[in-house]
Design a binder for this molecule. Structure first.
Ligand code: NAG
Ligand code: NAG
Length: 174
């Protein structure tokens, strides 16, 4: 009886993660969703709310959908490298206060639309926007007071002033 109970709890614990099923073609392993290299053109809908990590790299995404992002309030890591993302909605990550790393390298970001695109990301430690088409950073980094790593290498920035980093006391090196 005790054994049965144990078995049942193990089974139920497993079921818990798959209850809200992982949308195809992603593969979910516990709290991580791997949707990379699946040829998707948009963020899948119905991604489980409990996800802490999502990998969307090497697809054909043109934008990160804020409606879908809004559900994912537990996210800590987003990898969206090597897509065709050309814009980020204003306050797109507002629902993800615990985001610690965001990588959108090798996309088509030409300009950050608003100076509060990244607002609310006080816990963000790593931001990689390398190899895009950015000409201007505006004040996007303003609220990122815990940023430790930032890259905008391989863009079209013509000037960077220290004013752009006044809100990032922890930022070191290049
Ligand atoms: C963020 O993390 C804190 C502590 O780790 C937790 O208490 C809080 O619920 C998290 N917020 C969200 C929206 O998941
Ligand atoms: C953000 O942009 C708005 C509109 O362009 C502007 O009015 C505001 O002063 C800006 N805020 C900061 C802190 O740069």
């Amino acid at each position: 009886m005790r054994f049965l109970f144990l078995l049942l709890s193990i089974l139920l614990a497993k079921v818990d993660y798959s209850l809200s099923t992982c949308p195809k073609p992603c593969v979910c392993i516990r709290r991580r969703a791997f949707c990379d290299q699946t040829q998707i053109k948009a963020m899948p809908s119905n991604l489980p709310k409990y996800l802490t990590y999502i990998n969307l790299a090497k697809n054909y995404l043109r934008r990160l959908n804020w409606r879908r992002m809004r559900r994912l309030s537990n996210l800590k890591h987003i990898v969206a490298d090597s897509n065709k993302i050309f814009t980020l909605d204003n306050r797109i990550f507002k629902a993800c206060p615990n985001l610690t790393s965001l990588s959108i390298a090798d996309n088509r970001l030409a300009k950050i639309m608003d100076n509060d695109t990244f607002s609310g990301l006080g816990r963000l430690r790593a931001l990689n926007m390398a190899d895009n088409r950015l000409t201007d950073l505006k004040a996007v980094l303003r609220d990122l007071e815990n940023l430790l790593y930032f890259s905008a290498a391989g863009n079209r920035l013509t000037s960077l002033s220290s004013e752009e980093f006044v809100g990032n006391p922890n930022l070191k090196g290049n």
